[in-house]
Design a protein around this ligand. Structure first.
Ligand code: ADP
Length: 260
């Protein structure tokens, strides 16, 4: 994998061809490294909850237990199973979008109403965490898009915003209507993301603090799925962040996407 074609540095056609082939080999090597890293990360992501399930059950079976102890084990087993299920469905989502079979079902819908629905769904979660979840009055704007997929993007960003914000903080949603596109911004007063992490935030399986993954339950796949979905809509996601101050994720989408 490391071997390359010898370059004579003469600048002639053969030398140029050797150079081009070497660049291609570099790219192939990079892809292989990424795939190997991804496989290792996913294996780890699945192995941890499976190991915790196995240990829990073995300990419980080692002697007779009370009903309360069994109930506690079942509760912890369910948490592990939910984490496994989430990772598997995220992986399926990624592979569907990678293979291009994620065909968009485009329909015109009111984006403000959809954002309100998602906000309502997350209210109990933010209330429990004592986080104020609010929004700026949404303008009346219709966009042509895949509602189910875009709901997934906004739900994922909102879920993160709440997850990475401490009690007493705030999460704010806004929708701006521009000429040909719209911007949905989700701002939080959370932990923030370092400049170095910002560069990798949309990479598969990337998590800033892996030691917290059990606690926050993330697989590190959410943002990369969201990016895929937004790019399918010919849009983009941008992020700004300050450590200890908070983060803002902007989703910029064209209003009148046409099926191509
Ligand atoms: P996860 O399932 O771990 O949340 P994501 O792909 O959604 O995976 O996010 C990747 C990582 O980016 C997270 O693990 C977290 O470290 C960081 N992150 C995402 N959103 C935020 C946010 N609003 N504030 C701080 N960090 C964030």
């Amino acid at each position: 994998m490391k071997r390359r074609i010898f370059s004579s540095h003469t600048g002639d056609e053969v030398d140029e061809l050797a150079h081009t082939i070497n660049i291609m080999l570099d790219r192939i090597e990079e892809s292989f490294t990424k795939i190997a890293q991804f496989t290792a990360d996913v294996s780890h992501e699945l192995r941890t909850p499976v190991a915790s399930l196995k240990t829990g059950i073995e300990v419980m079976l080692s002697k007779d237990r009370t009903a309360a102890e069994y109930r506690k084990l079942l509760y912890h087993s369910l948490v592990s199973l939910e984490r496994i299920t989430r990772t598997i469905s995220d992986l399926m989502e990624l592979s569907r979008s990678d293979s291009g079979s994620n065909i968009l079902h485009l329909k015109s819908f009111n984006l403000g109403n959809t954002l309100k629905e998602i906000q309502r769904k997350f209210s109990p979660v933010s209330d429990t965490k004592n986080i104020v979840l609010s929004n700026k009055e949404f303008p009346e704007v219709e966009i042509n898009g895949d509602k189910i997929m875009l709901r997934r993007v906004f739900a994922n960003l909102l879920d993160n915003a709440i997850k990475y914000t401490s009690p007493g903080g705030r999460v704010y949603i806004s929708l701006e209507d521009r000429n040909d596109d719209v911007i949905v911004s989700i701002t939080d007063t959370g932990v923030g993301i370092t400049e170095e992490s910002l560069r990798k935030i949309f990479d598969r399986c990337f998590r800033v603090d892996t030691s917290r993954s059990g606690e926050t339950g993330g697989s590190g796949l959410g943002l990369s799925i969201s990016k895929n979905i937004v790019e399918f809509h010919k849009g983009r996601i941008e992020v700004r962040s300050d450590i200890g101050v908070g983060s803002t994720f902007d989703v910029i989408l064209p209003k009148n996407l046409i099926n191509s």
